[in-house]
Design a protein around this ligand. Structure first.
Ligand code: PLP
Length: 354
């Protein structure tokens, strides 16, 4: 604390990201990164940019990347917003669109950055409990609200809300913005981007950090009707004109263009996920159905916190949340097949020798 802090800073409770340990040889299954490298074409595009052009500012509008994304999703370029990771895109959306005169709604168990943005931007919010089975029930979302946000699939549960439920939610709330955070949609869900042209109240965000293995260059995007994008541009251009550097613009563009690599790596992760679920069930774990690159699991006979510590002793790190309703669960990111085998062997040993 310091006398020089603003009043706002005194009130903030910042988000705590999963740890990025400095030691090698860890099996790192705690932050939902992709276990495979980025597309070789994306890496080449990034290398190609590391020349004298770096003395110049990048295109503040990242037009070439927006055009690629617009092409990919068959929308207009003015329906695409890009930012420095989807966390930044979300931050701008909170300020530009989710701050209204009535409370913002989101699930009680969800991405823990949402309440942090509410604190930063002084947004009133109300959490809506997931069902016992950790599902979003759209009937629980009152019509009277400022706006709605949730990840789909949800984090950290991995559960998917089907597209028809999202469409019903949009129809039930024609006067409220609904933001669908699709950080994990490529691992088994169907994107809501197909609904954007029918619903002026829909904004979809995505990231290149998970399914495109580019967490290190920080690129996120939003797609919605042009007036929503304009709101985001207004905030962005009042904050930082150049959120995407040259490496990010060209790396992200090449990643979107390498469809084969993207499909191949996503399919591998999905196959590994299904193997992991089968093994965990054989070991007595209960696993929440997942459409993401992680699973959420609990064991009736073992404390989740102790399991996380036992795994750590074997150099495997997973995510444990000491929070109501989920303090007996572990969130485990899907690794490579080799990492998955080590994880399963270690868990089998822990479960059999206790
Ligand atoms: C990882 C994640 C993000 C942020 O992704 P970045 O683009 O890396 O900032 C946003 N929402 C959810 C639900 C996430 O899990």
């Amino acid at each position: 604390m310091s006398q020089f802090w603003s009043q706002l800073v005194h009130t903030l409770t910042p988000y705590i990201p999963g740890e990025q340990p400095k030691v090698d040889n860890l099996i790192k299954l705690n932050t939902n990164e992709n276990p495979y490298p980025p597309s070789p074409k994306a890496l080449q595009a990034i290398r190609d940019e590391t020349g004298e052009s770096l003395k110049l500012y990048p295109d503040p509008n990242a037009e070439i990347l927006k055009m690629t994304i617009a092409d990919y999703y068959r929308v207009e370029t003015n329906q695409v917003f890009v930012g420095n990771g989807s966390d930044e895109v979300l931050a701008h959306a909170f300020q530009a669109l989710l701050k209204q005169n009535k409370p913002l709604l989101f699930p009680d168990i969800t991405y823990s950055f949402y309440p942090v943005y509410c604190g930063l931007y002084d947004i009133e919010y109300q959490t809506i409990p997931l069902t016992e089975a950790f599902e979003i029930d759209i009937k629980d979302y009152p019509v009277e609200c400022g706006a709605i946000i949730f990840p789909n699939p949800n984090a950290p549960t991995g559960r998917l809300l089907p597209l028809n439920a999202i469409e019903t939610l949009l129809q039930n709330h024609p006067n409220s913005l609904v933001l669908v955070d699709e950080a994990y949609i490529d691992f088994g869900g169907e994107t809501a981007i197909s609904l954007v042209n029918h619903y002026p109240n829909l904004l979809v965000t995505q990231t290149l950090s998970k399914s495109r293995s580019l967490a290190g260059i920080r690129v996120g995007l939003a797609i919605g009707q042009a007036p929503l994008i304009e709101a985001l541009e207004r905030v962005k251009n009042s904050f930082n004109s150049y959120p995407l550097d040259r490496l990010a613009i060209y790396g992200a563009k090449a990643a979107f263009e390498d469809q084969d690599y993207f499909v191949d790596t996503c399919q591998k992760i999905i196959a590994t996920r299904e193997q992991l679920i089968t093994t965990l069930q054989q070991l007595g774990f209960k696993v929440i159905p997942s459409a993401a690159n992680f699973i959420f699991t609990t064991h009736p006979d073992f404390s989740a916190e102790k399991l996380a510590l036992a795994l750590r002793e074997k150099s495997i790190i997973v995510r444990y949340f000491n929070k109501p309703r989920i303090d007996q669960y572990l969130r485990i990111t899907i690794g490579t097949d080799a990492e998955n085998k080590v994880l399963c062997d270690v868990l089998a040993k822990i479960v059999s020798t206790a």
